[in-house]
Design a protein around this ligand. Structure first.
Ligand code: PEP
Ligand code: MN
Length: 362
């Protein structure tokens, strides 16, 4: 007697249930394997193993399904199993909001970065002389600003460009900062210079070109000094967060993330300021987030609008470069502000700062 459609469907339903049960049984074993691999530190994905499985399908297939069709299905099963292992072993990053819900506050000589107010990091691109740094620092002091930046070790695209004054530059920054009760932010480019930097800087900057210099990240993670980590030239937000994790997982949780623009096809600006990275980083991590309006835009006329956008979108710090005479600057002369421009920049951001303060009171 031939079976009715209903009978056949009932048999199919039964087989589907068996398949479901078998797949989940398989999944449970996959999870066990994942744990062993995790303990051994071996890679989850094993292409040889996948190939073997596909061979088994080929050898034993008696139809009616074609071997490629079944291999496709088994590849999906293999992929789903791999995902299962990843979910099992996915680590919660130390920098993540999931790990710590409250904001990290980095205290730098009394400036509490991450406290909900806007802070400013200003100063020349490169340290050129004591007089140059002091002139900028005095103008900052007049505005009530404390965080003085300046490049002593300059990672330049061309080896023929000014490379910075090195330790001499750090000494100048320290001297001026001590005279005016300010704090020093300066870039360190080599793990071997972290120790010497401790004598002079209050915040160690790791520049965009070194965001994935893992030895430098580890070295900065091993000292008790706040770190200012800049996003890499073409780094994704995920890569940026992992770079931050290198520092925190080495023991240093005093970290500030700095969006400085990324490389895109757009030529109107030096880089493209990825403004949406600010709320993303604030949401995904508990770290303070800064926006460098100078290197992202590369245009003096865009510094103020970009800073306003940064404050409005929730940045904790705005960074920009100021030089007493940008035309003669040894680096980044096109985009640094002179002192009168810096003053009007600070006036220009006041309405946004007031808005922030009002929001904090409410
Ligand atoms: C800097 O801030 O001095 C600098 C060189 O910027 P970046 O590393 O973002 O290019
Ligand atoms: Mn610069």
């Amino acid at each position: 007697m031939t079976e009715t459609l209903e009978d056949l469907r009932k048999r199919i339903d039964k087989i589907d249930l068996e398949l479901l049960e078998l797949l989940n049984k398989r999944g449970e074993i996959v999870e066990e394997i994942g744990k062993i691999k995790e303990a051994q530190g071996t890679n989850h994905y094993d292409p040889v193993r996948e190939q073997e499985l596909l061979e088994v399908v080929k050898k034993n297939n008696q139809g009616p399904f074609s071997t490629p069709a079944l291999q496709h299905l088994f590849k999906q099963i293999f992929k789903a199993s791999l995902d299962l292992q990843k979910v099992e072993t996915k680590k919660v990053l130390l920098v993540s909001r999931e790990k710590q819900s409250e904001d990290t506050i980095v205290d730098v000589r009394g400036e509490k970065i991450g406290d909900g107010q806007t802070h400013f990091v200003m100063g020349p691109c490169s340290v050129e002389s004591y007089e140059q740094v002091r002139e900028v620092a005095l103008a900052m002091k007049e505005q009530g600003l404390k965080l003085l930046r300046g490049g002593a070790f300059k990672p330049r695209t061309s080896p023929y460009d000014f490379q910075g004054l090195g330790v001499e530059g750090l000494k100048i920054l320290r001297r001026v900062a001590d005279e005016l009760d300010m704090a020093v932010v300066s870039e360190i480019t080599h793990p071997g210079n972290i120790e010497v930097a401790l004598d002079y800087v209050d915040i160690i900057q790791i520049g965009a070109r070194n965001m994935q210099n893992f030895e430098l990240l580890k070295a900065a993670g091993q000292v008790e000094r706040p770190v200012w980590l800049k996003r890499g030239l073409s780094a994704t937000i995920e890569e940026f967060i992992y770079a931050a994790e290198y520092i925190v997982s080495n023991g240093n949780d005093q970290l500030i993330l700095c969006e400085r623009g990324i490389r895109t096809y757009e030529k109107a600006t030096r880089n493209t300021l990825d403004i949406s990275s600010v709320p993303i980083l604030k949401k995904e991590t508990h770290l303070p987030v800064a926006v460098d309006v100078t290197h992202s835009t590369g245009r003096r006329d865009l510094l103020l609008p970009a800073a306003k956008a940064a404050i409005a979108i929730g940045a904790d710090v705005v960074m920009a470069e100021v030089h007493p005479d940008p035309a003669t600057a040894l680096s980044d002369s096109a985009q640094q502000m002179d002192i009168p421009q810096f003053k009007s920049f600070m006036e220009g951001v006041q309405p946004l700062l007031r808005m922030n303060q009002q929001a904090a009171v409410k």
